[in-house]
Design a protein around this ligand. Structure first.
Ligand SMILES: Cc1cc2nc3c(=O)[nH]c(=O)nc-3n(C[C@H](O)[C@H](O)[C@H](O)COP(=O)(O)OP(=O)(O)OC[C@H]3O[C@@H](n4cnc5c(N)ncnc54)[C@H](O)[C@@H]3O)c2cc1C
Length: 378
């Protein structure tokens, strides 16, 4: 049996692409292979849940602009997963910020993003010695659990074959088409069974694991940077409830509601990344995270955040989410979050896709629209 397409990786990207192939491209047999016990449990869950609207990227116009284009589509496609009843504030630090108040205002004007001075009740929360100005902006968060529920419903409806607890390893090519070796369980070395699946098209959507395949490919993989990131989950005092706060633009922090848990995430540019490495080291990202001791840095995050917002002294720490965050090495310094959309010329029909943010899935779908993805004569 040969699949029309096999999608490897059941995060938001893989699941959305599998749904697209089935519904928009009318592929008959599509399988989605996921190594974990469920869908959208890795980076698609362990993130800050911010639906970006451009404000976060004053140093990268293209990423900011794409966020502006993609946000309305995401809100329309997943309305039940979006939390709209929150107030989002962007505060510009007086010191060490890569953007001044004037530059931020000009940038928001250029990307046509709504920007207002925050009402006094809110700007009063900030230490004026450290914060020059506070703006009210239009930004949202999503519930990762609700998003997963909606995605699963869509996959069920259209009949994508979802195969959980399946670990894909070797991608190859045979005269009849592409192949992928798939083992049961997470540990292939412990006698887990393996089968070889065939497909006309193959989509590698494994995010941080995207370069971990043994491929019959001569081309070197695209350089990636990984980091182990900690998002602290906190209970905030009533005065901060339902607020999303981002201090710009440098070694500062942000705090957003996290609807999946009824808590807030707290991340800090200095303390959230615990360590980083590039793919060249050959270390498997999930293995690296499994071995990591996960000692929280929440005390340092809160201590620094409380300098800017004294009410942060009253937050209660609950737990932390740890995940591997992966970006293209070339965007390390310019803050860009473009997609990687790679066609493997020596594995015809095989694509590797990496998304920098949840909503730029739409950039991927646009790229796929431009692909013939022809099944005639296959
Ligand atoms: C700490 C952090 C904060 C972030 N904050 C935001 C934010 O606020 N807003 C935003 O828009 N984006 C944010 N992002 C980025 C966003 O989370 C990712 O762009 C997005 O989730 C990527 O989705 P994905 O489906 O590619 O990855 P994933 O959800 O990680 O899916 C990849 C899947 O592939 C599976 N897999 C891996 N290897 C194999 C294999 N060999 N065989 C089978 N299955 C395999 C994994 O188990 C996983 O389920 C953040 C990311 C991180 C890590």
């Amino acid at each position: 049996m040969i699949y029309d397409a096999i999608v490897i990786g059941g995060g938001f990207y893989g699941a959305t692409i599998a749904h697209y192939l089935k519904t928009q491209r009318k592929f008959k047999k599509v399988a989605l292979i996921e190594r974990g016990q469920g869908l959208l449990l890795r980076a698609s869950y362990n993130n800050q849940a911010r639906v970006h609207n451009g404000y976060h990227y004053p140093r990268n116009f293209t990423t900011a602009y794409r966020s502006r284009v993609n946000l309305p589509r995401f809100l329309k496609d997943y309305p039940e997963a979006i939390k709209r009843d929150l107030t989002c504030l962007y505060a510009i630090s007086r010191n060490n910020s890569n953007v001044s108040v004037k530059q931020f205002e000009r940038f928001c004007h250029e990307i046509d993003a709504r920007l207002e001075s925050a009402p006094e009740k809110m700007s009063k929360l900030f230490e004026t010695r450290l914060i020059e100005k506070v703006f009210l902006v239009e930004e949202y968060v999503f519930s990762a659990t609700k998003l997963a529920e909606l995605v699963k419903e869509k996959l069920d409806e259209c009949g994508v074959e979802v195969r959980l607890n399946k670990h894909a390893s070797v991608i190859g090519v045979e005269p009849a088409g592409l192949t992928v070796d798939v083992g049961d369980g997470r540990d292939r070395m412990n006698g887990a069974t393996s089968e070889r699946l065939n497909a006309h098209y193959m989509f590698n959507c494994t995010y941080s694991a995207i370069n971990q395949f043994t491929r019959q490919s001569l081309k070197p993989p695209t350089p990636l940077k990984h980091e182990i990131a900690e998002m602290a989950l906190i209970q905030v005092p009533p005065v901060l409830s339902n607020l999303g706060i981002t201090v710009m633009d440098g070694p500062f922090f942000s705090m957003m509601p996290f609807p999946a848990k009824g808590l807030h995430t707290l991340s800090h540019v200095r303390y959230t990344p615990h360590c980083h490495w590039d793919d060249a080291s050959g270390t498997g990202p999930y293995e690296k995270l499994d071995e990591y001791d996960r000692k929280t840095r929440v005390v340092r995050m809160v201590r620094d955040a409380a300098r800017y917002i004294p009410a942060m002294n009253d937050v209660q720490y609950v737990e932390s989410l740890f995940e591997v965050k992966t970006v293209l090495l070339k965007n390390e310094s310019n803050d860009g979050r473009p997609i990687l959309f790679e066609k493997h010329s020596d594995l015809p029909g095989c694509f590797s896709i990496l998304g920098g943010k949840i909503d730029n899935i739409y950039d991927v779908l646009e790229r796929l629209n431009a692909e013939p993805l022809d099944l005639q004569g296959k």
